[in-house]
Ligand binder design. Sequence first.
Ligand SMILES: Nc1ncnc2c1ncn2[C@@H]1O[C@H](COP(=O)(O)OP(=O)(O)OP(=O)(O)O)[C@@H](O)[C@H]1O
Ligand SMILES: [Mg+2]
Length: 359
Amino acid sequence: MREQITFLGIETSCDETAAAVIRENKNGTADILSNVVSSQIAEHEKFGGVVPELAARAHLENIEFIIDKSLKDAKINLNEIDGIAATAGPGLIVCLTVGLNIGKSIAAFSKKPFIGVNHLEGHALSPGLENKIEFPYLLLLISGGHTQYLIVKDVNQYEQLGTTIDDALGEAFDKTAKMLNLGFPGGPNVEKFSKLGDKNYFKLPEPIINKAGCNLSFAGLKTAVLRESKKINGDEKMKYNLAASFQNTINKILFKKTKVAIEIFKEKTKKKEVRLIVAGGVAANKSIRENLSNLAKEMNCKTIYPDLKFCGDNAAMIAWAGIKRFNKDLIDKIDISAKSRWPLDSTAPYMKGPGLKLD
Ligand SMILES: Nc1ncnc2c1ncn2[C@@H]1O[C@H](COP(=O)(O)OP(=O)(O)OP(=O)(O)O)[C@@H](O)[C@H]1O
Ligand SMILES: [Mg+2]
C-alpha cells in the first residue's frame, strides 16, 4: 500500500457546493490541504428551504470554480492526486448528478481511480479527519435528512441500532425555526434564540421515550410546537421560550435514547469501553454536545465530535471516506449512478409509514 494517499473530494448532495483535497498523514489522521465550501443560503432563504432545481443550477454554476480553487488552495495539480471521490447518494438526484458527473469525468481523463461515496459514510467517518479512532464505535448521526444510532464496525460495515420513525432531527429544528419565524437556516437560529428563552417554560411531549429501544420520533413534538406557536401570537419573549423549550426537550430525548443505545452497543459488542461519536449538521449544536458529554460522563464513555467545519456538509469528509475506501480496495466502476436513498445498513428495517409496530 502506498503511503500518504491524497484525494480530491466533491460534494453536491444538497445545498452546499464543496471540494477538498485531503492527505492521509503518518498519524492515521488527515492533513487538510484545502476545504472549500460554497453555501447557497442566500438562494434558498426567501423560500425557507432548499429548492432542488435552484440548488442544482447553483451547483452547475459553481462547481468548476470550487474544484479549481480547492486544487489551487492545496497548491497541488491533478497528477499528484491518487484518486477522486464524489458523493453518489443519498440526496437530491438533480444535485448529486452534478458533482458525481464532474468527478467521474476528472477521474476518466486523468486515469485515476474513482470512488462514489455514501454521504452518510462521509459523516460517519468525519471525526477521523482529526482523531485517530479505533473501531467499533457508537455513532449518533444527526443531520438534515437522517437521525440514526449505528455501530461503526469498520469502513463499509455498519449496524443500525435505531433511527427516527418520522422527521430527522435537523428537519425538526428547521421546521421549528420556520414556525417561530426565526429565519433560515433553522438549526443554528433555534440554538441562538434558545439562549434568550426559558427552557422550562413549555412542557412539550417526548414521543416514544419509554419504548421502541433507541428508535426516535419527533413528529408529535413538532405538532406541539405548532400548536403553542399559534397561541403566542408572535410575542418575541414567548418565541424564545418556545425555542428553548423545544431544544431542551430534544436534549431530554437524546439523553434517554443515547443511554439506551450505549447499553445496546455494550451488549452487542461486549465492549466495556464505549466511544460515542456524534456527527452530522446538528452535531454543531453546543447544548446537544454538552448534554451528551454529561451523559457520557455518567456512563463512563468517551465522546468525540467533529470540528464545527466538518459537521455540516463538506467535501473533506467525502475525500476522507474516499481514502479509507481506497485503502480497502473499495473502488467503483465509472458507471456508478446517483442514489436518492442509500442506507448504511442495508439490512435495517424500514421504520417509516403505516403498519409500523413499536414495543
Ligand atoms: N447549531 C445547530 N443546531 C441545530 N441544528 C443545526 C445546527 N447547525 C446546523 N443544524 C442543522 O443541520 C442540518 C444540516 O446538516 P447536514 O448538512 O449534515 O444535513 P444534510 O446534508 O442536509 O442531510 P443529510 O446529511 O442527512 O443528507 C440542518 O437541518 C440544520 O438546521
Ligand atoms: Mg449532510
